[in-house]
Design a protein around this ligand. Sequence first.
Ligand code: NAD
Length: 365
Amino acid sequence: MALEFLYSQPVKIRFGCGSRHALGEVLSSLGAQRCLVVCDRFLRPAVEQMQHKIPAIAAIFSDVEENPQLIGVTASVGLIREHDVQAVVGIGGGSTMDTAKFAAAIASESDDPLPYFRGERHFPAVRLPMIAMPTTAGTGSEVTQVSVMSNGKEKKTINNPVFMPAVAIVDPELTLTVPPRTTMNTGLDAMAHALEGYWSRNHQPVSDLCAIEAVRLVLENLESAYRDGSNLAARENMSLAALLGGLSFALPKTAGSHACSYPLSEDYHLPHGEACAFTLDSFVRINADERLERLCRRVGLSGTEELAARIKALKQLGGLRMTLSDLGEVDLDQLARDAAAHPLMRNNPVEMDEAACRRMFAALQ
Ligand code: NAD
């Protein structure tokens, strides 16, 4: 069969320890004299310090929650308008970057994100440039056109070119303070992005190469970063793994384990990475084929069984929830129904209907 694909990656990526200090220069290159910084709560003092050196930081919004709510977008748009800013910077984990992306996308038109979230209104043609600075090594949001937001309990992935950052500044030093449990959750999220991009029905060669390298980097560095958060080499490799993980799924999109992560986050409150990891080793077994065996050999593993075992061992090491009883009282039928119905499940290479999802979850006793 003839090989055909369309690859595109529009984000300018600035990677390296200390690259955060280039923020002022990057803002100037975008012609932005005033910007809003959306940041994680714990980062507010650091961003206030940055303001002394970068006067272009006109306003800071730091009330982003995990699984971010639309209200953070409304508040950010309020600051964008009040301070007449020309760019938005998201410094934090995926929750923060996704809030910043959404605010930058709608600010020229509205401060109400709900109609866009519901798909009742098209995103405006004009948007503010967005700069993404990840402080966790996991989501890859810095290179995707995805914003994941919640409206109450309803969590939704919105995939639209308006969310593509203009520039990603990836400074591994920003991840040195991530606590061990979050290091494990986010590191396995990077692994899930790489594997799901690789086995997605829409996989393609450039993304595949990013995926293979991301899997190798996670296998070789996540345990070290978890055990010693100050290990800069491990942090650097994990930041690279997360970036490559983002590039792995940005075009192919994710599949089965991400489809399952939505009900696991919405109904059982698992953080995103832990929710993806919950079924990731199961999907390694379900999706095992010659391509996946080839990936395993390329990263130095004997095969898919070893990959599944390594993922399980990382989950055990991090104390992540792994069985149905870890989730408390579970409505297995509902969980299987919701997972099977999620649109990302259609991307899984092996068809997974409600009965197949039920069997998979039931095996996790
Ligand atoms: P997060 O942003 O929710 O942060 C998790 C926790 O880590 C928070 O308590 C935060 O305060 C803390 N934290 C972040 N950086 C820290 C640091 N350097 N030091 C200490 N603490 C730090 O977690 P996340 O996993 O980065 O993002 C998850 C969100 O991203 C979910 O909503 C998920 O659905 C979404 N997501 C988006 C994409 C995308 O392409 N847009 C991809 C995957 C996931």
